[in-house]
Write a protein that binds this ligand. Structure first.
Ligand SMILES: Nc1ncnc2c1ncn2[C@@H]1O[C@H](COP(=O)(O)OP(=O)(O)OP(=O)(O)O)[C@@H](O)[C@H]1O
Ligand SMILES: [Mg+2]
Length: 349
């Protein structure tokens, strides 16, 4: 069954048919017809870039240029001249006139990736282009008018950035006219089999080998895992499995230990991964580890966190127990007992 074949070809390489993704496809097709600004929201690796390109391909501008600028990859002044261009002598290294990306994308689409990284002064200039379609090159007074469609993307909560006064509220509302939310992979596990097969086929073809057969156990493990890197992370593990496999099966042991729950899950606290999200992951992880009749979820999670807390603080303190105890603010004897209990003696001196 290939439901994807019902979709326009610009969307055919985007895998997943869960209701949230179907909504993404519907909105993508609808917004593509207009020239309005689109804001793509979603965690890293959820497919924002694929959708940005699809919007262009499905739009009346498809024969025009499609240009991507990663706002997070350039310093503020470089980004300004990259986007708007500059005239000779505008700054020390401006040896000649340069056309910016807004002009280069005239008649087409400009994809502004990681828009949340843009600083305040540039946000003002961007707001003006969005509203008036005009700007000046750096160092110039001549106003340039462009017909460029903007698709922007962020993997941060933009509203949080607004609250913390890093992102202009007026720009946020101007960008957020047509938002498209890409769901995280952990919320659409029903799409996993199709995605996995898609990547198995892709990498089998690339490596000139027979496609692996996905085992029930491996699928189950992948369904429980929380996928902080979303589809990008899944794609990497499938590629790794295809390359490493000895036999015909995609078995559990081809997955990295942290996916199988054998090494600590990676916890990264950031704006988009707050303590609630991490606790939710710990609870899901704890529940998946339990057999049906166990009821010690509380103790299990507390122990899991406690072990990591001690192990990682020991590392920071180069294994010195007195230092570790002081750092953690716990009694040295208590620390010693915990080290024994969790089998961390090798990390301690
Ligand atoms: N639904 C999907 N179907 C097939 N491949 C996908 C899908 N979503 C993402 N991918 C693949 O995963 C990788 C990451 O996707 P993409 O670059 O679009 O993510 P992103 O949302 O832009 O992430 P970031 O915020 O890190 O830039 C790409 O190789 C892309 O082809
Ligand atoms: Mg991207």
């Amino acid at each position: 069954m290939n439901i994807a074949s019902d979709r326009p070809s610009a969307l055919a390489g985007i895998i997943g048919n869960c209701p949230a993704m179907q909504e993404v496809y519907r909105t993508t097709e609808r917004v593509a017809r207009s020239s309005a600004t689109v804001l793509l929201l979603g965690e890293t690796g959820t497919g924002k870039e694929l959708i940005a390109r699809a919007i262009h391909e499905l739009s009346p501008r498809r024969s025009g240029p499609y240009i991507r600028v990663n706002c997070g990859a350039l310093s503020e002044s470089l980004l300004e001249s990259e986007l708007f261009g500059h005239v000779k002598g505008a700054f020390t290294s401006a040896f000649e006139n340069r056309t910016g990306r807004f002009e280069a994308a005239h008649g087409g689409t400009l994809f502004l990736d990681e828009i949340n990284s843009m600083g305040f002064p540039l946000q003002v200039k961007l707001l003006r282009v969005l509203q008036e379609h005009e700007f000046e090159r750096v160092g110039d007074t001549k106003t340039i008018t462009v017909d460029t469609r903007i698709v922007a993307a962020t993997n941060r909560e933009l509203l949080e950035e607004v609250e913390e006064e890093r992102f202009r509220e007026d720009l946020y509302y101007r960008l957020n006219v047509l938002p498209i939310f890409l769901p995280p992979l952990r919320d659409r596990t029903e799409d996993l089999p199709e995605l996995i097969e898609y990547f198995i086929d892709k990498y089998a073809a690339e490596n000139d080998c027979a496609p692996l057969k996905l085992t029930k156990d491996a699928l189950e493990v992948m369904t429980t895992y929380t996928w902080p890197g979303n589809v990008r992370e899944l794609e990497n593990y499938v590629e790794r499995a295809v390359v490493m496999a000895d036999g015909p099966d995609f078995s559990v042991d081809l997955l990295p230990p942290h996916v199988r729950g054998l090494s600590p899950i990676r916890l990264g606290i950031s704006k988009s991964r707050n303590v609630e999200t991490i606790c939710e992951e710990l609870i899901n992880f704890g529940m998946a580890e339990q057999s049906g009749d166990e009821t010690d979820l509380y103790q299990q999670i507390v122990s899991m966190v406690e072990k990591q807390l001690i192990s990682q603080t020991l590392k920071v303190c180069h294994g010195v127990q007195t230092k570790t105890a002081t750092r953690l603010g716990i009694n040295r004897n208590t620390l010693h007992k915990k080290i024994e209990e969790y089998g961390l003696a090798d990390d301690a001196t």
